[in-house]
Write a protein that binds this ligand. Structure first.
Ligand code: URA
Length: 210
């Protein structure tokens, strides 16, 4: 684990990830597990959010109690698989604004092609959490972060389910300021750009397409 990469090795995360990796896991089960893991990962990606205190009354006494300091946030889903992480995280941070970056991967060149970009205003004042389950080559993740920085974002974290060493290295080179939080650093990419051992195509598995 480095500052740039945080691997969430919590037993609940690892157990649910194993269930998701299994070929036999159904679409509905996969989606449910992804939602559950997204909330456990959200716990880690928000770990150092600033707190202040306010005086409240418990049934017993007054106390100076911690509360979130009100840092504005934006969750940005990298379509389409990012949506599988988005809802669970949004449930925990309901006041966050939401953006979408539409990128698909050209299967021949493995390069990202943009088809949609819509993000909240004043990104420069927000903690931006970009979500995409798979950090594979890193090409689309780096392109998405490029776009977010062009739109003003300065404080960005990247939340994914699985990462490949190649994608982590690419992100570190292009965006060393962006912390990556993931459930697993897998072995490598295969010749088609899939993460090995991985879980297959995350979008297809969560939406039942193929
Ligand atoms: N995208 C996926 O959905 N799966 C991979 O293994 C790599 C990229």
């Amino acid at each position: 684990m480095t500052d740039h990469l945080t691997i969430v090795d919590h037993p609940l995360v690892q157990h649910k990830l194993t269930l998701m990796r299994k070929r036999a896991t159904s679409t509905s089960e996969f989606r449910r597990l992804l939602r559950e893991i997204s909330q456990l990962l959200a716990y880690e990606v928000t770990r150092n959010l600033p707190l202040d205190t306010r005086v409240i009354e418990t049934p017993l006494m007054e106390m100076d109690a911690p509360q979130l300091a009100g840092k504005k946030m934006a969750l940005v889903s990298i379509l389409r698989a990012g949506n599988g992480l988005l809802d669970g995280v949004l449930e925990l941070i309901p006041s966050a604004r939401v953006g979408f970056v539409g990128l698909y991967r050209d299967e021949e060149t493995l390069q990202p092609v943009q088809y949609y970009f819509k993000v909240p205003e004043s990104l420069e004042d927000r903690l931006v959490i970009a979500v995409d389950p798979m950090l594979a080559t890193g090409n689309s993740s780096v392109a998405a972060i490029d776009l977010l920085k062009q739109a003003g974002a300065k404080d960005i974290r990247f939340l994914c389910l699985l990462a490949a060493p190649e994608g982590v290295a690419r992100m570190k080179e292009a965006h060393p300021d962006v912390q990556i939080v993931t459930a697993s650093l897998d072995s490598h990419l295969n010749e088609k750009g899939y993460i090995v051992p991985g879980l297959g195509d995350a979008g297809d598995r969560m939406f039942g397409t193929k």
